[in-house]
Each structure stands twice: as structure tokens, then as C-alpha cells.
Design a protein around this ligand. Sequence first.
Ligand SMILES: [Zn+2]
Ligand SMILES: [Zn+2]
Length: 538
Amino acid sequence: MDNAQIADRLDALAALLELAETNVYAARAYRRAAETIRGTGLPVAELVKSGRASELRGIGRGIEARLRELVETGAIAELAELERDLAPDLVGLGRYLGLGAKRSVELARALGIRTADELREAAAAGRLRSAPGIGPKTEAQLLETLTREGSEPPGRRGLLLNRAWELTGAIAAPLDAEAAGDVRRWRDSCEGLAVVCAARDPRSALERFAALPQIVAVVEQGERRAVGVTVEGVPIELVAAEPQRFGTALLRATGSRAYVAALEPLPDAPDEEAVYRALDVPWCPPELREEPFDGEPPTLVHPEDIRGDLHCHTTWSDGRASVEEMGRAARERGYAYLAICDHTPAVGAVRGLTPDDVRRQAEEIAAANELLAPFRVLRGIECDILPDGRLDLPDDVLSELEWVQASVHGGQRMPRAEMTKRVEEALRNPSVSCLSHPKGRYINRRPENELDLERVFEVAREENVALEVNGLPDRLDLHGEQVRDALAAGVRIVCSTDAHSVRGLGNMALSVATARRGWATPEAVVNTWPLWELSVPP
Ligand SMILES: [Zn+2]
Ligand SMILES: [Zn+2]
């Protein structure tokens, strides 16, 4: 059993505990443990067998016992029991319909139904209204969503890109399908999930789809398409295309709607390239398919162009790996350099480096460079921008460093003029190399800071400071459109992961895709350059 499988089972347990609403605290703990397990490079099944699982963050005795049960027996009895009691397909469908888990369960109990199909029958028979809490208006809404073909589910928050890729990939692989939809365009928050497979016999593909463990209910079914929902109520579409039309189906399912509409009518073709050829239109990278697109697409930056990562953390602040471990992992990715950018004290919630720490870390970095040469570990910092625009380390310390990320963390609720001035001040410091996560948003959780980006672009260009495209899945900041504006203003960008673990370095794919959505060419991305061009002393 690998880490992803273990984490999925814990997530399922958390989801069902939440549904049961018996132990919300435990649900949260399981979710956190699942996250830790997904994030660690250690083989968790092995740790469990040797009784060392509780060495992982957030794994206490209770969770360790569950893990042992899972690793030894392949299942968690409580999870199986909850699955029996709670009818996850009904809950998935209810959530998809906008009902919320608790209400779905109440509805099911009141109507004495156990499955999604029974819910549909009850709706068709006009029995929904007999359930408590379902008025005529809710009934009408539910009926409409249940019966309308190609219906849009009620407004929901999108899935983070990494989760969307995981889910879509896990569904695509066993069906021999390709990921399409928002995921293939690398949208920062994915609502339209879809996979496309080529199938002479669509029935078997649709059956296999419905039987996947991730799909708890099928809410729409046609001859060659189906929409299933996960236990969280996330809808995902399967298109089972005739092989000679696979390319057409893939292009359509990739979207966006506006982009596809502008190309219609699409000719039938077995692969996407052939569709474009038949249309006499140059092939377009999926990341650029948001708006109708004319002409030749630019040569976009590619993950293989990246020569180094310029923002990561180690155990000196809130990272999980040492300087040497991070350096080694970056070298294994084929990079030539890695900047260690731990936090400074003002960040607050986690440990930050004092001037003294910065100099002690330099020794560790020098030692790592001895071991890893010609690979270069750079002395960097993620320095907080204080509310008044000063930086959180003295100038003489900053000027020793080879790469300085400047970051707003605390005090993000500032009015626009003040925030813009604060950032501008920091960018004027000659030691600053790059502005981290410029807008400070967390997708689905925290809106963007009030910051005049146009002004920031101007100052960044004057001061030769790059702007970051932060690859943390819940940040992706700058986002695609902002990257495009930055490049138009003549500003360079950096694709960074802000990795807090070895595994975190893998988020480069998300950062590069986001830069691609902003039309970035390799030259516009600073970390595609060789080290000597970064004005780092040899
Ligand atoms: Zn930060
Ligand atoms: Zn950081």
C-alpha cells in the first residue's frame, strides 16, 4: 500500500466522519494526517510496520492504530461500517445538488431511501416535499438539476489544481483515458473535470467508470458520456469517444467553452493535431485555450527549461528537510542551482532566522556546496516586508546574500495606497531579487491583498526585481492573467515552488503551467537562465 492509497483511505474516513457528524475533531485530525502522509517522502506502510508512524507530524496513537489496521488488513472496519450506514452515493449526489451532507442524510432517512437511484425515483414520484426541510422551492431546484441533461451543478468552489490532477489522473488511468477539462488547461481552481477515452464499445467504458471507487454516484448518463460525482459531490465527466473522433472529443472536453465555440464546427479526427490541421489553425497549447485565439501561439516556457528553484525552505524555518537534502533533491531533478530562502523572525507563526542564524546557515550551505558541486546551493532568504516597508533583516546581512525574496506575510488587510507603498519601499532595497507571492491570496480562503500591481510592475522594472509565480497549489500567485500583464510591462518572472519538503519541489509543474497561462516564454523566466546571468557572484 503506497502513501497515496493510505492517504485516500484516511480522507474517505474523514469525509464520512464529517457526514456522520459524530466526531468533527477526529475528522479534521484524519484529514491532517492524510495531508502529512501525502507530503512525506518516507514509506508510511514501512513506518507503521516498524511501529514508527507516530514520528510523523500529526499522527498520534489513535491514528497510528487505524493505520496499523489498514496496513495489516487492507481495510479500516470503521470506514466500512460508515460506508454501509451512510450511503456515500446519496451523500455525493446530495452535495452535488447543493444539499450538504447532513441534509442529504436527513432526506434519505425521512424518505427511507438508500441510493442515488432511489432518490431520483422519489423525486419523480413527487415525494421530496414530504421530507422535512424541503419546501417547494428546494424541490423544484432539485428536480431541475436531477432531470436536466448537461445541467450545471449549483455554484461550488473549485478544486485546487493539485487535487484536481490527482482525482482526474486516478480516474483517467484505469480507463486508458486522457485528462481534459479545466485540469488540462491548468486552471488555478478547477470546476469542470473531465476525462476522454477512445472506445469502440462505450458501454464497457461507462460501466468501468461507474464502478471506480472514486465515483459514488452517476448523475447523468448518455450513450457515450456520463457524469459521476465523488463523495465530496465533485462532478466529473467521462466522454467515451469513437476512436476516429477521439481528437475532436478531447478538444471539446478540454474547453474553454468560449474557445471551442470560436472553432466550431469541429471536424472529426482521431487526434487533436489532426483536428487543428483540418481547421487550418496552428495547434494551441491547452493553457492558452481560455479565450478564442487567433494566429501562431508563442513558444511557451517548458518545465525542461527550468535550471533551478529560487524559493524553498529547510528545517532552519518551517521546512521538513535539511539544506543538503533539499540541494541533493534539486540536483536530482536536473537543476544547476537552488536558493535556500528560510523565513525571518517577523513571520511570527514559525521560526525565523536572525542575522546570527543567517551566518550560521551560511556554513551549512558552504558544506553542502562542497558535497554537491558543481551544483550550487545559493544563500537566500525569504525576508518579511514589515508594515512600514522596511525589511526584517539589516541591510548588511541582506547584501551578503545571493538571492533575496521579499514577502508580505502579516498585516495584509492594509488599504491599497499603504500596501502599495509598503511593497514599493521594499523593492527599492538594492538587495531584493524577487517579490514573493505578490498578491498574497489563498485560493478559496483569502482574497488578494489590496495592491496596485501596475505600480509594482513599474518599480520592479526600474529596480530589476523579478516577480514570483508561486507554485504552492493554494497560492499560484501571480496567476496567469497577472503574469501576462507583468510581461507586457517588461517585468521578469520567476517560477518557484516555495517548497517546504523534497516533494514540494515537484510543484514546479504548477508554477510553470501558470506562467504558460500568462504567455511566458523561456527568456521571460529568470530561472531558465544559467547562474552567471542571475548576477550571482561565482
Ligand atoms: Zn511566503
Ligand atoms: Zn516561502
